[in-house]
Design a protein around this ligand. Sequence first.
Ligand code: PMP
Length: 380
Amino acid sequence: MVKKYLMTPGPTPVPAAVACAQAADMISHRGREFHELFQYVSTTLREFIGTTREVYLLTGSGTSAMEAAVANVMSPGEKALVVRSGHFGNRWAEILKAYGVMVRAVDVEWGRAVNPKLVAERLAEDTAGEIRAVFVTFVDTSTGVVQNIEEIGGIVAETNALLVVDAVSGLGAMDYRMDEWNVDVTLSASQKSFMAPPGIAFISMSSKAWKVCERAKCPRYYLDLRKYRQWAEKFETPCTPAVSTLRALGKSLELMMEEGLANIYSRHEKMARATRAAVTALALRLFPLNPANVLTIIRPPDEIGADELRDHIARNYGVTLGGGQAQLKNRVVRIAHMGSVGPFDVITAISALEGALADKGFVVELGAGVAAAEEIFKET
Ligand code: PMP
C-alpha cells in the first residue's frame, strides 16, 4: 500500500472533524437546526469575503456561482469586459457567451497579472458606457497568479460598470475585502481553502449589483438570486441544499475562526514561501511571475513531461499533485498549499519531488529542497 497525500488545488484535504460533521444524522432543511447552521455559515463567510452584505449558499460547484453571477447581472446583447488571464478567465468568457452577452477581452499572458491600467483604458474607450460589467479571477488556479483586485476595484467604481470576481481560489487563504475594494459580486466554493468537500458555492452582491439584478434579462430559475434573498430571510434556501456538505463547511468555518483570519493568511504565506524556496533550491523554474499563496506552479526539466513526473510521484510516493490545464497541459506541475496544510505537507511534497527527479536520472541533491523549506519554517 502506498499512503496517499492529496496536494491538488481543489478539492483539498478534508480534516477528520469536518468529515465527521458531514457524516452526522441528516436534518430537515426547513427546521431549527438547519436555520442555525445557515445563519452561522452565511454570517461567518462574510468575514472572509470582507462584506457586510448577505452571503447566499448555492448547491453546486464554483461554476454554478459563476453562472449565477452572469445570469443575475447581465442581459443578452449587453457587453462585458473579461480579464482573460488563464483557464478560469476563459470560463468567464464561455459562460457570458452562453448567455448571449458580448464579450470584450483584456488578454493577459498566462503567468502574469493584468496591468489594471489596461482595464482603465478599455473602460475609458467605452464612452457610451456599454460595458456593463468587468469579470476578473482573484487567483486563476491554472496560472497561480493573484490579480490586484483592489486597484481594479478602484477603477471600475469610477464607472457604472460592476466588478465581478471569481474568488474560488484564494478566498479563505488570502486577505480579501469585497466592500473596501469596491467589488460588486464575489463568489467562491467549499472545496479549496475552506477545507470542505465540493458541493457548496456561495455568492454575495453589493447594492449596486442588486439594482442591476432587478432588471437583468438573462433567463434564470435555479440560480435566481432574488429567490435566494427571499428565502434567506427565513435562513433557508429555495430548494433542498447539500445539507451534509453544508454541515461540513460549518465545521470548517469553526476551525478557521478558532485559528483566526490573520493566522490563516500568514500560515499560507509561509507555506508558499517555503515551497518556492524549496523548488528554487532544486533549480526548478517557477511558472508565474506574481504567485499567489495558495499554490506553486513549476516547470519540470524539459527532458521530462510534467504529467510523466506527476504520475511517477503519485504511483511511487502517493502524492497527488495538480497537472497543467489547457495551454499548460503537460508543461507544469501544480503543488497546492491551500486549506488544511502545514509544514509537513510541504516537506512531503518536496521530498517526493526530489525522489522522483532522482529516480528519473536528474542530478538532484537529495534533501536540498527540504532543507530550504525547513529554513523558512524555522523563522518565527
Ligand atoms: N474558478 C477557479 C479560479 C477555480 O480554480 C475553479 C476550480 N478549479 C473554478 C472557478 C471552478 O470551480 P468548480 O470546479 O468548483 O466548478
